[in-house]
Design a protein around this ligand. Sequence first.
Ligand code: G4P
Length: 190
Amino acid sequence: MELLKRKIIEEGIVLSDQVLKVDSFLNHQIDPLLMQEIGRTFANRFRESGITKIVTIESSGIAPAVMTALELGVSVIFARKRKSLTLQDDLYTEKVYSFTKKEESEVSISRKLLSPSDRVLLIDDFLANGEAALAMARIVENAGAEVAGIGIVIEKAFQNGGSKLRELGYDIESLARVTSLQSGSAVFAD
Ligand code: G4P
């Protein structure tokens, strides 16, 4: 997606050869016009996939997930990272190991929100080692529902999440595939 690549080139900050900071439009401040375009692009890609729900993880996946859901006319469920006062039992819970943060956390979704008839589109802001996407997929599959696609805003193609998920047979759309963050700038796959 050209607009997204332009934003990454103009506003992204390469923090190291592993980490790209995009706080000005995705991870802290949100650019609604860019998000609308992201939503339209994912929706067009998965319009024929019979999607009934979108699942993401709080917090940065929510904006692209909502814009996609608006286009597809479905609801968004965001997996919660912390147990809330109102979300305590009857949960699907999965562990997520973050290689970036070197820590394990848990994500949960209420059992009431997913049913075996659901065809789910997973959306996330970054794909690095694929741990977050795999945890979401396990939750959906534990509910007896199907992962009908995965939409990623920025895939770091030099980490192994993309190949892991593709080998498992998931239908993945990444809007920007970054192949390298060497020498202070992002290089794209195409
Ligand atoms: P993985 O799920 O693909 O294995 O990724 P990893 O554990 O490495 O990532 C943990 C968190 O860091 C996730 O966000 C992920 O989106 C984010 N992340 C990974 N690589 C980058 C990067 O190069 N740049 C930026 N900006 N983020 C990256 P999170 O902790 O869940 O944060 P949030 O959704 O609350 O913003």
